[in-house]
Design a protein around this ligand. Structure first.
Ligand code: AMP
Ligand code: MN
Ligand code: MN
Ligand code: MN
Length: 292
């Protein structure tokens, strides 16, 4: 029997973090573009999920809870771990996310100081806050501030000149250890996924190390198809996914209309031969259901 899969998007951002559309607007756009099942995965915060879930229900979209957690792996690599299909009221998860938001606040203050000193811009933090609607400050908000106030020519330029790793306003932070982030998600009944693995520019040895460490602490999935990876990356990551017997995830990483190169609903499907991540949570449900 052939199974025609629903059209899934398991990675996108709203105004609760660094996206440009409100959760309900994002759900409407997804439905308009033919998405049938969606997870909202804001950075280190779940505030958008309630509004998104309600909007999705009204649109006949299957909704999956999501979050994208900032992780520091092996003391120096910034890695993003997506959590999917968890209980949003889980105390340990929420406490963990709250700690990460404190880190973000401290980092934002330091970034603002550096921009004031090195780029001679005044009142940076107040300025950046005008571009943030939720309770987190992201480098994206700094980028929108720098761009809209005419300090850089494009958003990319803001990262190239100031915000990217090693640039004058880049502040290295201690995010969550990999194992903790995976634990929070798993304890909350969800599944953990390595987001856009090709974006970290890891050597093959390091990428294997990341997947092995992740798997050892209970991680189940890898984003094979991502709006921030190209087709070659996808093919390559699909091979890792099969070799390590991981589930494959798919998500646009859509942030809003100013990402002119990325349209909602336009990413290719999972390559054949990959075991989709939604089978992982169906299995978890079956196990929990039979144990109850
Ligand atoms: P943060 O989590 O605050 O460190 O910010 C990282 C976010 O910045 C990512 O989730 C992207 O949305 C955005 N970002 C990172 N690099 C770039 C870039 N080169 N151009 C535009 N946005 C970027
Ligand atoms: Mn982002
Ligand atoms: Mn990310
Ligand atoms: Mn993302």
């Amino acid at each position: 029997m052939s199974h025609i899969s629903k059209k899934y998007d398991l990675h996108c951002h709203s105004t609760a973090s660094d996206g440009e559309l409100r959760p309900a607007e994002l759900m409407q756009l997804a439905a308009d573009k033919g998405i049938e099942a969606i997870a909202l995965t804001d950075h280190d915060v779940t505030d958008g999920l309630k509004e998104a879930a309600e909007a999705a229900a009204g649109l006949g979209l299957e909704f999956i809870s999501g979050v994208e957690i900032s992780v520091t792996w092996r003391a120096k690599h910034l890695i993003h771990i997506v959590g999917l299909n968890f209980d949003i009221n889980n105390a340990a998860l929420q406490q963990g996310l709250s700690g990460l938001r404190q880190q973000r606040d401290a980092r934002a203050e330091e970034m603002a100081k550096r921009l004031e000193k090195k780029a001679k811009i005044d009142n940076v933090l107040e300025g950046v806050r005008q571009y943030a609607n939720g309770k987190i400050l992201s480098r994206t908000h700094f980028g929108h501030f720098l761009y809209n106030e005419g300090h850089v020519k494009t958003l990319q330029d803001a990262f190239d000149r100031y915000l990217g790793e090693g640039k004058p306003a880049y502040v290295k932070s201690e995010w969550s250890p990999l194992e903790e982030a995976v634990d929070w998600i798993t304890e909350a009944g969800g599944v953990a996924v390595i987001a856009h693995p090709a974006r970290y520019k890891l050597s093959a040895t390091k990428l294997r190390g990341l997947i092995e460490d992740f798997k050892a602490c209970g991680g189940l999935g890898i984003e094979v198809v991502s709006g921030s990876q190209n087709r070659n990356d996808s093919r390559n990551i699909a091979e890792y996914c099969k070799r390590y017997d991981m589930h494959a995830s798919i998500g646009s990483d859509y942030h809003g209309p100013s990402q002119s190169w990325l349209k909602m609903g336009a990413i290719p499907p999972l390559p054949s031969g990959c075991t989709p991540i939604w089978e992982a949570w169906n299995e978890i449900k079956a196990v929990n259901g039979s144990a109850a």
